[in-house]
Every structure is written in C-alpha cells, then in structure tokens.
Design a protein. Sequence first.
Length: 292
Amino acid sequence: MARLVYYPVKGCAGTSVDTADVTPAGLMFDRSWMVVSAEGEFRSQRKHPVMASIRAEVLDDGARLRLAAPGVEELLVETVTDGPRHPAATFTWQGKGVHQGAEAAEWFSAVLGLPSVFVGLAPEHERVTNGEVPGTAAFADAHAILLTSESSLDGLNERIASRGAEAVPMDRFRPNIVVAGWPEPHREDEVRSLTAGGVELGYAKVCIRCTVPMVDQETGEKAGPEPIRSLADYRREPEGGVSFGIKMAVTRPGQLAVGDEVIVHSWAGPSPSTDAAEPPFTATASRPAESV
C-alpha cells in the first residue's frame, strides 16, 4: 500500500497519513464534515474549485478543526457532535447534519463567496450505500473507500504525454487508498475482495469521474482538459462517463498502514488468486515522497 488519504471536509483538501483506523464508513474522519447551502445541498469542487485549497486539520481526536485557506485568517473550530440539526444531502443521500456554528458558517461563506453552512455527522447518521457489495459512508459522494493504483496513473500519464500535455498527480483523483506493485494499469477494476492490515474491503463499482480531476488540488484552480480528455479515449463506460479507480465497501473494519501488503482474494476474471497453484495476488510498496 503506497498511500492513505482522508478528506476531513467533503470537497476540501486531503490529509496523507502513515496509519489509519478504518471504520465501516471508511478512514477515520473521512468526509465527517461538509459545507452545504441553506437548503442542505453540498458544496463541491465541481462548482467551487477553490475548495481544493481549503485545508482542515483534525485536532484532539476530532474535538477541534483548524481551517485554513489562501487570503483569509485561519479559524479554529470547536466541533459540535450533538446540536441543532441542518438539512444535508449528497447525490444519493438526504438527511441532516449537526450545525457547527455561525462562526464556521461565516468563514466558509467568505471563502466561497456565497452563504454556506458547515455541518458534521449526526449521532443518528445512517446510510446504506449501493453497488455489488453494499456498505455505509459518511458524507462521501456514495461509498466508503476510493481505491486507485500507481500503475493506472502511470498508464494514463503516458497517454497524456503522447499528446504533449503535462502529467497529472494522483491527488487529482482524490483517492483514499493507492496501491503500488500491480504490473498493469486498471487492474483494480477486476478486484472483488481484498485484505490489507486488519481491514477487508469489497468491490462496489467503478468510479465514474466528474470534472473534479481537472482542478489543480494545490491552487484550487481549473486546469483542464486533462486528465478527462485522455480518459475519454479509452475509459468510457457503457452507462456514460469515464472511469478511474474503484469504490469499495468496508466489510471488516480495522487498521491500515502505508507499506501493508495488499492481498486480493477474489477477482472478476482469471487471475493468480483463482489458480489453485498460486497464492492470492499481493502488492506492497513504501510511501512516495510527495503527499496530497
């Protein structure tokens, strides 16, 4: 396992870690907070690319958040775990979150340039995610885990380079888990169950990409048309859109660490794991120098 990343505030910058507790809803604190409109519609980089430049640091085991963005003063938020509820919605889920107070709402409103409310997960939060293996999630678009591989990015960047364009970093795809060591691009598409560390994950579906991978995750500015343009050449899905990475459900919570061996136990098609003469397919790697 080459990289672990969680995104405390949906749509905002990620935090790379060496180890992570994994709950049924994904990496601890992943998408545990969300910025929404007065009606509860979530704010996204799709419409507000500047969100990529907003960084949230989780402090004191989630009791506080330090929020930072270019051009504004940092804000330290005492998180509210059980308080006034506010409507909250993602693409596939509608419910309520816990209002995190007027000061945080004003801070996000100033950064985004439109009235916003900051909410956190409510104690009664309940959500069932769809796909081949069902599960649950916090405020993620639809699933607990997004998994990608370095070989997939390498293959994509070769295609981008052939156009004379610049390679893109992995953070454009905002994964939770990045695997190294698979010999061919997009091998993750065929994974149906795997274990790593003390965690077991089950395949839900391929990840259909929106416009967010065209946003520079460091500057919060649109930087398209890559990588979507090159993905459209060879990764179009029958249901529409282009894909990169897979979404997974947590079937056994536990702990993960960078460098953990990733063991694939079942595949969609022929593989070493389905050959009685071969052990389950494994991949492992140390963490790259850069972070997302």
